[in-house]
Design a protein around this ligand. Structure first.
Ligand code: AMP
Ligand code: GLY
Length: 425
């Protein structure tokens, strides 16, 4: 069998997990990554001087490399910028939604209007394109209220306001001060929902949707869900409260209607669709859609996958997911993020990482890491540095193993949450 070479776009923990899983396939040959990180460099050729958002340079790179069978576009920005469209136009095979479909994440106003039009359960909301109108509305609406900048804002751009004063200031911050840049040209004001959050990532080939096992991430920086919102400080899978009954309900009321709605809108979705759900009793509502694998949810889900990931990517692109049986291990998985002191605000880079015996005892996914040009050692290069991940016979066992391995890792000013998955036990 001829082995296939694959290019992965991105350089975070999620992309390392995708590369690690693809490497286990006996159909996969060489891996490339743009830009990749120090962990990915152990299994892939990393082109670290091209950014994931340099889509012209990426297209040029793929044009020049006839040996690349498929490009996997993992991050939100290049998807929203149309990298998959650009590659397809030039006859290259790419995994991920087109720009037209990626709008389900790139515009919150689009996704909310889609849910309303197709009766997909979500929080009640209003869309505003003027700060004045938004302020008039929040002056009298129910509190707490949630404000969302319309566009991509690196997982920020969402303000949960518990007082009216905060809400009025929030409108100013998003629409007048443009705290989230161009993302704040429009905004969504929505009802505050209570309940438990669950993330479900699903492969979609435009018609068929195949959900992966549920996971949950921990977005706040500090224990007890305190501190600022981050990209995610850890994740676990499965989520015990997400029962088979809830799963069947979500498939019928949310997953299938969403895929049909996208097709009906002329925005056929092929790739991974991420459903951020809020479960309250027997009710499930959509908090958000993402047009890609989640980070760090992917690190907690892919280690449980038994099926060849390249077969899944092929079936997603070719529209044959209905014929593929996707299997998962019954084991549980927990991923704990080791971050740089100060993250998600200001932090230092360039700290030497001591891995100890962690890699013998767990899967250590790299995120913000690089190889030091002077000493050749692996150093920190971002806010989220590593995702120390372990499988176990249940969540308790996986959690114990992940924390034990994390205890073997160290770098100056490293911090992590000590309560990842404590809500899952
Ligand atoms: P989003 O980027 O839309 O997922 O929002 C980020 C986080 O804000 C979510 O994971 C939730 O924790 C929270 N959130 C978003 N929308 C709501 C809502 N309507 N009610 C309560 N919490 C929300
Ligand atoms: N963990 C949330 C996200 O990937 O957006």
């Amino acid at each position: 069998m001829e082995k296939k070479n694959i290019l992965i776009i991105g350089g975070g923990g999620r992309e390392h997990a995708i590369a690690w899983k693809l490497k286990q396939s006996n159909r996969v040959g060489k891996l490339y990554a743009i830009p990749g990180n120090a962990g990915m460099a152990q299994i892939a050729e990393c082109i670290s001087d091209i950014k994931a958002t340099d889509i012209d340079k990426i297209v040029e790179f793929v044009d020049k490399h006839d040996d690349i069978y498929m490009t996997v576009v993992a991050p939100d920005d290049p998807l929203a910028m149309g990298l998959v469209n650009r590659l397809n136009e030039r006859g290259h095979r790419a995994f991920g939604p087109t720009k037209e479909a990626a709008i389900i994440e790139a515009s919150k106003a689009f996704s909310k209007n889609l849910m309303k039009k197709y009766a997909i359960p979500t929080a009640k909301y209003e869309v505003f394109d003027s700060a004045e109108k938004a302020k008039e509305y929040v002056a009298t609406c129910d509190i707490p209220v949630v404000l969302k900048a319309d566009g991509l804002a690196l997982g920020k751009g969402v303000l949960i306001c518990t007082t009216r004063e905060q809400a009025l200031n929030g409108v100013k911050e998003i629409m007048e001060d443009k705290a989230f840049g161009a993302a704040g040209g429009k905004m969504v004001v929505e009802e505050f929902l209570t309940g438990q959050e669950v993330s479900v990532l699903a492969y979609c080939d435009g018609e068929t949707v195949k959900p992966m096992p549920a996971s949950r991430d921990h977005k706040r920086a500090l224990d007890g869900d305190k501190g600022l919102n981050t990209g995610g400080m850890g994740a676990f899978s499965p989520v015990p409260m997400y029962t088979d009954k809830l799963k069947a309900k979500a498939e019928k009321e949310i997953f299938e209607p969403t895929v049909k709605a996208m097709k009906a809108e002329g925005r056929t979705f092929k790739g991974v669709l991420y459903f951020g759900l809020m479960v309250c009793g027997d009710k499930i509502k959509v908090l958000e859609y993402n047009a890609r694998f989640g980070d760090p949810e992917t690190q907690a889900v892919l280690p449980r996958l038994k099926t060849d990931l390249l077969d899944i990517f092929d079936a997603t692109i070719d529209g044959t997911l209905d014929k593929l049986n996707i299997e998962y291990s019954k084991e549980a998985c927990v991923c704990v993020v080791a971050a740089s002191g100060g993250y998600p605000e200001k932090y230092e880079k360039g700290k030497i990482i001591d891995f100890g015996d962690s890699e013998k005892n767990a899967i250590v996914f790299h995120a913000g890491t690089a190889i030091c040009g002077e000493c050749g050692k692996i150093i920190t290069n971002g806010g989220r540095v590593l995702g120390v991940t372990a499988l176990g016979k249940d969540l308790k066992d996986a959690r114990k193993k992940a924390y034990a391995a994390l205890g073997m890792v160290g770098f100056e000013k490293m911090f992590y949450r000590s309560d990842i998955c404590s809500d899952g036990l």
